[in-house]
Ligand binder design. Sequence first.
Ligand SMILES: CC(C)(COP(=O)(O)OP(=O)(O)OC[C@H]1O[C@@H](n2cnc3c(N)ncnc32)[C@H](O)[C@@H]1OP(=O)(O)O)[C@@H](O)C(=O)NCCC(=O)NCCSC(=O)CCS(=O)O
Length: 376
Amino acid sequence: MLTETQKQIRDVARQFAQKELAPGAAERDRAVVFPEAALKAMGRLGLMGIMIDEAHGGAGADYVAFAQAVTEIAAADGACSTVMQVHNGLVCMGIARYASTAQKERFLVPLARGEALGCFCLTEPEAGSDAAAIRTTARRRGNHFVLNGAKQFITSGSSSDTAIVFAVTDPAAGKKGLTAFIVPTTTPGYQVARIEHTMGQRSTDHCHIVFEDCEVPADHMLGEEGEGLRIALSNLEGGRIGVAAQSLGMARAAYEAALRYARERRTFGKPIIEHQAVAFRLADMATALDAAELMTWRAATLRDAGAPCLKEASMAKLFASEAAERICNDAIQTLGGYGYLEDFPVERIYRDVRVCTIYEGTSDIQRLVISRQIAG
Ligand SMILES: CC(C)(COP(=O)(O)OP(=O)(O)OC[C@H]1O[C@@H](n2cnc3c(N)ncnc32)[C@H](O)[C@@H]1OP(=O)(O)O)[C@@H](O)C(=O)NCCC(=O)NCCSC(=O)CCS(=O)O
């Protein structure tokens, strides 16, 4: 059962998503337009700092509410939901959990109010799944650190105001030699080298970022020196609940489109939903959606209780993202040739959902994390 606050946040997100986001999603995808105004409006509604306490400009809610809101936004516009979930789940929560009081005042408050946007710079051209293999360096120079290196696939990399950046401060220390920094993207040396052309989620900017002698004050360090990998991985544990929720939202939208179509479209003298092949396909889609929702809810509930949920978050992400891809594929199959046209939303949703089995840890990485947990 959802609490009153969780229901309220879900309903605010649903109403906004259906009224303000859904009508323009196809056009934003076609024209490759970043949903800047929509994100600002989401900030005013409290959807950009859902889990941040009210004293720091947030809505003071929890992971269950976050998952509900992300699902609703994703059901209307997958691209927008990625920006929102990275901002909430990885950036705001990373700062909320590890920042000093002064850092929270300066960086978290505008982020949680939606007046500033955040990005999470971990992945590199040669360090994706193996997060500990990053090569970007941060060398101390007096009261500053100087960052050099490159980051890849950074969501909102060119639209963000604030980046959490992971870099090597002690190459000899291996996994204990990584450190996190809060970097304003206006800092000289933060360079957007390229915005990638992607299969889906085209209205978001997935960027290649280069750090060239990017100097940040030492007091921009997030957490302790050497704590970077732990911060990255614990953040990703929560972020994966967000990706599960996104997958769920996009899959629900595709399923609902397929169900509507199957009730209206007639072949051989009756609605196609009365053909068992179609009805059974829809039954499988509905069942997988329910399972994905329950797994996402379980992981979010555990996280809210402060209980370990590494396995459950990875399971939710793995199952929901793979189920979502199948559901979107089945939705296209149900619509037949029309499903392949841009005139119907399912082809866009299919493209948008594809990345959910890849980012914030591929399906293979989720299986690795789960298998380590069950091995004990
Ligand atoms: C594949 C991996 C799981 C391998 O991890 P490692 O074996 O290299 O790391 P560990 O030794 O397991 O852990 C290092 C350190 O961190 C602590 N840790 C690990 N997990 C957690 C957690 N959930 N909470 C808290 N602490 C944690 C662990 O105890 C160790 O600390 P100590 O040494 O004990 O002190 C890993 O590399 C991995 O998950 N890879 C996937 C990376 C990934 O998901 N990348 C995606 C990047 S973000 C993105 O794609 C989207 C961003 S966006 O859209 O712009």
